[in-house]
Design a protein around this ligand. Structure first.
Ligand code: ZN
Ligand code: ZN
Length: 351
């Protein structure tokens, strides 16, 4: 099978001809129809995450080993199953839950794979979806896509799920509250699409790119705000017309986190999702009197992926813009993604 692998950190993915795996036991082989390209693929290909102050977290410290097939937003059809697999039909359209834990720690036994300290996630620690096939180690991570288009369904495995997971960490809000979404890339747009199912707050989306803001508006954002001005925090607070009680930062730079801190009101919850990198200085004496919550959010649970697909199947989600490209353009796509050239999600398809 053709797979696009990182062979050397920081270098383009290489097309490699690998043996098609034969699933054993509870393993499932999925034939990839669509694989979404995520901004974290930029970081993983580079081989590190920027921790600020000149510090780096290398992909190897993070648990990745080379060579490795990149790609963690995967949808396709069941191609083959191991002898212990029950309830799956060959050819059935499915989405793969990639955020797989060790399977034996207390988090994993409690179905919270995302909090596992020894994750074996597909496409970041084990071979993923920029390939004709992916081997999934347990059948429970295979989710029926129902009648959802597989190009869109693939994006639920990371951009949809990550946005949903972050939205669920917001406080209870009313229609007089404001939820600020920083960054209108694939994740930010997914959050705009899902937010009405989770919160009553009015949605404000901030980004530097007017085309992305227009896409957010088309998906139902109540307000869009170009954050390239000089006094962004004051302008944004004024424009908001209500307290910004929830903030999700899908960029995750010092600038965006500082903006979040500057527009927060007493009791606000700030969730940082983006990993563009850098660090933030927090005046500790402000956290308590301002009753602030600052926290991270990483992807979402298997059950949340099932919920999202059900929402989409029931017609409750406005689909984010998804463009499809051939998988052999993967390196150019990751380059373009690094320069934030796309509106919505790009999904690649094997030839
Ligand atoms: Zn991702
Ligand atoms: Zn575990």
């Amino acid at each position: 099978m053709n797979s696009y692998q990182i062979v050397e950190w920081g270098k383009p993915l290489q097309l490699r001809l690998l043996e098609k795996p034969v699933p054993q036991g509870d393993e499932v082989l999925v034939k990839i129809t669509a694989a979404g390209v995520c901004h974290s693929d930029v970081h993983i290909r580079a081989g590190y995450f920027d921790l600020g102050g000149g510090k780096k977290l290398t992909a190897e410290q993070f648990g990745s080993k080379l060579p490795m097939t990149l790609g963690h937003e995967m949808a396709g059809t069941v191609a083959a199953v191991g002898g212990d697999v029950k309830g799956l039909t060959i050819g059935e359209p499915v989405v793969v839950y990639p955020w797989i834990g060790c399977g034996v720690c207390s988090h994993c036994l409690d179905e919270r794979d995302t909090d596992c300290e020894a994750q074996r996630s597909l496409g970041s620690r084990r071979d993923g979806g920029f390939s004709q096939y992916v081997l999934v180690p347990k059948s429970r991570y295979i989710v029926a896509s129902h009648d959802v288009d597989l190009n869109l369904a693939a994006t639920f495995a990371c951009s949809g799920l990550t946005s949903y997971g972050a939205l669920k960490k917001m406080p209870a809000m009313t229609s007089t509250d404001r939820l600020l979404i920083i960054g209108a890339g694939g994740l930010g747009l997914a959050a705009v699409s899902i937010a009405p199912l989770v919160t009553k707050a009015e949605l404000i989306v901030a980004d530097l790119d007017d085309d992305k803001l227009q896409a957010a508006s088309a998906l139902g954002a109540h307000q869009i705000f170009n954050s390239s001005g000089s006094d962004v925090a004051a302008d944004l607070k004024r424009a908001a017309g209500g307290p910004i009680r929830g903030i999700i930062d899908f960029v995750g730079t010092r600038q965006t986190a500082e903006l979040a801190m500057a527009v927060a009101v007493k009791g606000s919850v700030i969730v940082i999702v983006g990993m563009m990198g850098g660090s933030l200085e927090i005046p500790l004496a402000m956290l308590s009197p301002r009753n602030l919550t600052i926290r991270g959010s990483h992807v979402g649970t298997l059950d949340e992926l099932k919920e999202l697909i059900r929402f989409a199947s029931d017609g409750l989600l406005q689909p984010i813009p998804v463009s499809t490209k051939p998988m052999n353009e993967i390196n150019q796509i990751i380059d373009d993604l690094e320069l934030r050239r796309f509106v919505g999600r790009v999904v690649v398809k094997p030839q």
